[in-house]
Ligand binder design. Sequence first.
Ligand SMILES: [Ca+2]
Length: 371
Amino acid sequence: MYCADCESIDDYFFDTTHFWIFVPTLETFSKVAGLCGSMDINAAQQSDYCISCVVERPAIQKFIMSMNGALESKEKENTKVTTACHDGAPSIDDMGRIVTLEILVNRYQAKWLIDSIEKERYETWFQPIINARDESVFAHEGLFRVRDSDESIVPPALAFKLAEKSDLLFSLDLVARRSAVECAARGKLNSKLFINFNPSSIYDPSYCLRATAAAISEIGLSPSDIVFEVTETHRADDLNHLKGILAFYRNAGFQIALDDIGSGWSGLNLLQSLRPDFVKIDMELVRGVHNDAYKQNIVNSLIQIANRSGIEVIAEGVETEDEASWLKNAKADYLQGYLYGRPAPLSTQTLSAEEAQQIDQKMNPLKAAAK
Ligand SMILES: [Ca+2]
């Protein structure tokens, strides 16, 4: 089974790119036609609402950015584009790759990200989650880090935002989940592993999560050591969809955490209806909690509700001893934050060449299947 959306990254730009542009109005048509004329681009009117043109690679950037500048945002949302690397009418597959001009522009701007994914310029760092009772290490959260072509780390929020705008969230979230598994194996992580996932990156759990579950079993990790951490819960407007995803993970033997709970009371409803194994209290609530009565009220209520439902509580973003001791008194189960360790790559020094080769052999078919 293959999920085309999460497992392939289409390229829209070639040495010679044939654009097929479907415009919403005659006004948009004349803007695009005028732009082609001013750039000496070979264009042809296919119908009143369709213009095709051929652009050589050196001119693509100017062409895309000029369209971006010339069209209003509503026009960009309602203009559809596909590209082909060949003469003649678009093939059925080219038709299947139709996107809005808005997304095409974002795709162009995200080319470095696609390149980084394809060249595997990414890794996962790990941050400890400690037991509040004795401060022993309970687990690590895997945090995805992607590098640009200069090998500098791009702020993760920016990379995910760009992926979302350019319709690449499916691919990036999948790569991030697989990277967490692979980096944990290479660094011989010996604790539970929390892996983030964004439910809006998943259409149908049985297709979209299969690759992650396969990576976990190939690498020899036990499902009981893996906790999937649902991010962006505030945007999960389709509760049944979320329940379906959680059911998939549960049936496969994994545990579930809800991330960033507390920013808004909607989180409390989610606790009741989803019954996760863990809930993570948002760092906004943790920051300065020891001297903020309002935050204390919310955190205390969250902990009470969680306790009554058999859900364990992790407080995120703990930075000071004052915050830590208040949270311990309030009976938070686990703590995570700079006070206990920053996200960092695991050392692979104890990994023998033979072990590294074994991991490659297991992961390579999964990566090849995703191309
Ligand atoms: Ca998280």
